[in-house]
Design a protein around this ligand. Structure first.
Ligand SMILES: *Cc1c(COP(=O)(O)O)cnc(C)c1O
Length: 368
C-alpha cells in the first residue's frame, strides 16, 4: 500500500536517512545555478573559488558545531565507515609500542564486530571487552576492559546502529590511550568532548548528508605514520596536507553536509538539538515500555537516542504492523535483517511530530 496522500511522510530509515526539509528545498533551488555562478555544484571544479568557498565554510561550521580543537584536522574522504575499518589500521598501527602491533577493541554490536574482522588483516586484535554473551544489550563496564599495554589504539563504536546501544560519554580509560571512535550514526546528535578522542570518524549518510562522504577528525600528532602499503588517497597526512583535495573529494556530498551544518546552527547548535533528541527518544521509549506488547532489550543506561530497535512480542504481527505504518506515512521501520524486528531511526532531521505520529500508531496498533 502506498501512503495516504494527505498524511505527512516520516522516514525512519537507518541510512541513507532523512535530511532536513529546508536543506532539500535549498539544494533544489540551487541545483542548476549555485549563487549565480551559472553552474550546479556538481559541475564545478573542486579547485575553483566557488567550491573552495563551500568547502571552507563546511569545515569552519563543523569545527564550530563540535568545538573541534585547533590541533585536530577535519578530513572529507570517500570509502564509508567500512572503508575506514581498513584505512584506520593502515594509518595508525605504527603507533604501537611494539610490532607486530596490537589494536584493542570493545565489541558492542554489529559494527564494532566488522571493524574487528577488518583490522585483523593489519594487526593483532585484542577484544578487550565484549557484550556478545548478553546479546549486545549494553556496554561492558570500563573497569573490566582488558586493555593491552602499548596497543596502537583502542577502537569503539559509540552508537551501535543495528543494536541500538550508545555510549553516553567517552570511556574513562588510562591517560595516553588513543581512542578511535566510530560515530557514524550519532555524530552531531549530542555534545561531545573531541579532545577525549584521537580519531572520530563516520559515514555521512546517517546524520550528516548523502552517502559517499566520509568524515574523519584526527589529532595532528597521529598523522604521518601510515604504512607504506596505505593508498596515498587514504593516507591522512597526505589528505590533510592537501585540504581533502589530494584527489577529487565527494563535492556534492560536502555541499549538502555544509547545508546541514548551517541548518544545525539555525536550530541552536548541537546542545539544542541534543535536548530535542532527548525529548524524542524519551517519548518513543515510553511508548515501547508502556506494557509488554513491544520490547526494546537494551539496558536503559545504554539505550540509543538515535537508532531504536524494537520487537513486537507477537512476531506474527510484523507484516501487518509494517503495512499499517506505511499506510500512515511511517516509512522504513523494518529492522536490520541480521536482528529482525523493527527499528526506528530518529536522527537530527526527524521532527518530534514524526516521533509523535509513530507513538500514536504504536498505541493504536497495540489497541491501547
Ligand atoms: C552505517 C555504519 C557503518 C557503515 O558505513 P558504510 O558507509 O556503509 O561503510 C559503519 N559504522 C556504523 C556505526 C554505521 O552505522
Amino acid at each position: 500500500m502506498t501512503p495516504q496522500a494527505s498524511s505527512p511522510i516520516y522516514n525512519f530509515s537507518a541510512g541513507p536517512a532523512v535530511l532536513p526539509k529546508e536543506v532539500l528545498a535549498q539544494a533544489a533551488a540551487e541545483m542548476q545555478d549555485w549563487h549565480g555562478s551559472g553552474m550546479s555544484v556538481m559541475e564545478m571544479s573542486h579547485r575553483g573559488p566557488e567550491f573552495i568557498s563551500i568547502y571552507k565554510q563546511a569545515v569552519a561550521d563543523l569545527r564550530e558545531l563540535l568545538a573541534v580543537p585547533e590541533n585536530y584536522k577535519i578530513l572529507f574522504l570517500q570509502g564509508g565507515g567500512l572503508g575506514e575499518n581498513a584505512i584506520i589500521p593502515m594509518n595508525l598501527v605504527a603507533l604501537a609500542a611494539q610490532q607486530p602491533a596490537t589494536i584493542d577493541f570493545v565489541h558492542t554490536g554489529s559494527w564494532s564486530g566488522k571493524s574487528i574482522q577488518e583490522a585483523a588483516k593489519y594487526a593483532n586484535v585484542n577484544v578487550a571487552a565484549s557484550s556478545k554473551a548478553t546479546h549486545f544489550t549494553g556496554v561492558p563496564p570500563v573497569s573490566e576492559w582488558k586493555l593491552t599495554p602499548g596497543a596502537a589504539y583502542l577502537h569503539i563504536c559509540t552508537n551501535e546502529t543495528i543494536d541500538g546501544v550508545e555510549f553516553q560519554q567517552a570511556p574513562g580509560v588510562p591517560a595516553g590511550t588513543t581512542i578511535v571512535a566510530d560515530m557514524s550514526s550519532h555524530i552531531l546528535s549530542r555534545v561531545i568532548d573531541v579532545s577525549q578522542y584521537g580519531v572520530i570518524f563516520g559515514g555521512a549518510q546517517k546524520n550528516i548528508g548523502p552517502a559517499g562522504l566520509t568524515l574523519v577528525i584526527v589529532r595532528e600528532d597521529l598523522l604521518g605514520k601510515a604504512l607504506p602499503i596505505c593508498p596515498s588517497a587514504f593516507d591522512w597526512s597526505n589528505v590533510a596536507a592537501h585540504e581533502s583535495m589530494y584527489n577529487t573529494p565527494p563535492t556534492y556530498g560536502i555541499y549538502i553536509a555544509g547545508l546541514v551544518f548551517q541548518w544545525l546552527k539555525r536550530q541552536g547548535g548541537v546542545a539544542a538539538i541534543e535536548q530535542r533528541n532527548m525529548d524524542k527518544a524519551a517519548l518513543l521509549y515510553a511508548a515501547l515500555d508502556a506494557d509488554d506488547f513491544y520490547q526494546n532489550r537494551v539496558a536503559p543506561q545504554y539505550r540509543s537516542r538515535m537508532t531504536i530497535p524494537f520487537y513486537l512480542r507477537d512476531e506474527s504481527l510484523n507484516d501487518a504492523f509494517l503495512a499499517g505504518a506505511k499506510q500512515r506515512g511511517l516509512l522504513q521501520l523494518k529492522g536490520h535483517k541480521s536482528v529482525g524486528g523493527m527499528r526506528a531511526s530518529i536522527y537530527n532531521a526527524m521532527p518530534i511530530e514524526g516521533v509523535q505520529a509513530l507513538v500514536n500508531y504504536l498505541n493504536e496498533f497495540a489497541g491501547r
